[in-house]
Each structure stands twice: as C-alpha cells, then as structure tokens.
Design a protein. Structure first.
Length: 318
C-alpha cells in the first residue's frame, strides 16, 4: 500500500513539475511574442525554475503527508564545493579549445562581439576607444565575474530546480532504474522540461540552425544528461550517512556549479565568428545558452562550445 502510494506520489511530482512549468513557459512566450513583454517573460522563467520545488512540497506535504526532508544544515568537504565552483570554468575552457580546434575559422579576434553587443552602429576600434576597454581587459573582467561572483548571485534561482531534480527525482530514479539508466533518464527528463521554450522562442539554440528545431531538442537532452550526471556525482559525494533524502544545503554546491555555465560563455562568445550576439532575438533574453542570430544561417551549423564540452563528457562516461 505504501509503495503504491509512493509511486503515485512520484508520478504526481512529474505531473506538477511539468504542468506548472509548461504553463509558465507558454504564458511567458506568449507575452514575449505577442506583446513584446520581456519583463513578463523573465518573470515567467523565474517562476518556472521553482516549479520542481513546489511539486515536491505538494507531493510530500499534501499527498503523502510526510516531511519534505528539506533543511539548511551545511554539509560536505571543501573539495566538493571547490569542484562545484571552479569545475564549470575548466570544462567550459576545454569545450572551447576543442570547438575552436575543430572549427578554427570560427575564432575571431576582430571584436565583432563588441560591435554586435552595441547594435552595430560603430566599428570595433571606435567602440574600444569610447568605452576605454581593450579586448583582453574585457575578457578578464567577464572571466573574473563569471568565475568569482556569478555563481554566488545565480545560485538562488537555481534552488527550485536543484531541490526538485537532484534532491528528489534522482534518488528515486536511480533506485528504480539503476545508476546509469537513472542518470540518463533524469537528463532526458530535465531536457524535455525545457522543450516548450525551445520550440516557441528558440531558447538555448535559436531557430535557425542545421536540423532545427528537432536536432536542438536532441542535443539539449545530451547536454542535460552530461550536466545531470556531473551534478548528481557532486550530490552523491556530499551525501552523509543518516541524512534525510532531500537536503537543500546539500544542493547548494550544485546550484553554484549549475549557475556557473551561463556567465562563463560570454568570454567564449567574444571570439566566436560569426558573433552569436548579432541580430539577437528578444527571446534569447534570460536564456542560459548562447544566443544565435535569427538570420545568420552560416553561423549556426555547428554545435556550440557548451554542447561540445557535454559531448566530450558523455564520451568519457562510456
């Protein structure tokens, strides 16, 4: 009886996590596409990120009437916090090196990123002069911010997803399907959860790339599998004996790790030709992926550095 109710509760978790999130995603996309309301779109994305946490609370408190297991006791060794904080920078750098090694023609030192970021009204040299910043200086500023400050700032919006996915979903998937299958299924679930945004407004990869829109959905699931595996390994490494199955404080390094990816991509964008910032769609506001030009067909035929790093990580798993 208990196992049956527990399985039903797990099913309800997915129903709530997907149902509430997809309503927010579709509503935010409609506001952006029909009313050009980027603020409402951003708010919808923020609410979306907390839907997995809300699903946990609804299932555990309202349906199963059990403790959630959520707590704020800080646990774990320093090396796991350091790995979560600085690991994404290393993987992003390796992914960029591999990407530009395969596609050297995409490496651009002309400053097209700066021209695109400021609307293309002035050339790169004029912008550098007026802004008083060099390419190297801009790279260092963005790199230091991405590594040192961005994870601390961005970890809070990630709380809702990390508690729901890694804290609640992953232990149950691994218990039922095994370690590798559980992580694979968890990554696919996480990827599919983003699909409405990707289909409606080109979240992550835009709308004009080879195989759009179906290939982007598949590639994103591969990326999510790699990230989910990395985050789950960190989560398991910090699991202490006798702890409750869901511990918010144990998810904090995961939040640091996950929210490192977005700002770390900006230094890579600076040397990407054609610049992905050019002709940016409004829908890319708030996306954690590399924005792509809606009208630049040539610039989106290859996978971006994050997808390259994910593919490399998945290859090492097998």
């Amino acid at each position: 009886m208990y196992d049956s109710k527990r399985k039903t509760g797990f099913g309800l978790y997915f129903l709530f996590a997907f149902g509430m999130a997809w309503l927010c995603q579709v509503g935010g996309c409609i506001a952006l596409l029909q009313q050009n309301n980027a603020v409402l779109y951003q708010l919808a994305l923020i609410v979306t990120m907390f839907c997995p946490l809300l699903a946990v609370l609804l299932v555990q408190k309202a349906f199963l009437r059990q403790p959630t297991g959520i707590g704020w006791k800080v646990q774990g060794k320093r090396r796991f916090w350091l790995a979560a904080w600085f690991g994404p920078a290393v993987l992003t750098l390796l992914g960029a090196v591999l990407y530009f090694a395969v596609f050297p023609s995409r490496l651009d030192f002309s400053g097209s990123w700066l021209v695109a970021a400021y609307g293309g009204e002035m050339d790169a040299q004029t912008l550098r002069s007026q802004l008083g910043v060099s390419t190297l200086g801009y790279l260092l500023q963005n790199g230091l911010f991405a590594v040192l400050l961005a994870p601390a700032i961005n970890m809070f919006p990630a709380l809702g997803e990390e508690v729901g996915w890694r804290g609640y979903m992953m232990p149950r998937l691994k218990e039922q399907f095994g370690l590798l299958n559980g992580r694979l299924l968890g990554g696919v679930v996480w990827g599919i959860w983003h699909w409405p945004l990707m289909l409606l407004v080109g979240y992550e990869y835009g709308t004009d790339y080879l195989g759009a829109p179906l290939l982007g959905l598949v590639v994103w699931c591969v990326v999510c599998f790699a990230l989910n595996t990395l985050l789950d390994i960190l989560y398991e490494k910090r699991r202490a004996s006798g702890c409750l199955p869901l511990r918010t404080a144990r998810s904090m390094p995961l939040q640091h790790c996950r929210r490192c990816w977005s700002p770390l991509q900006m230094p890579i964008i600076m040397y990407w030709d054609p610049c992905p910032l050019a002709d940016r769609r409004a829908a890319d506001v708030g996306s954690s992926g590399l924005a792509d030009p809606a009208g630049d067909e040539a610039g989106r035929k290859e996978l971006n550095p994050k997808a390259t790093a994910a593919a490399l990580f998945v290859r090492r798993l097998f």
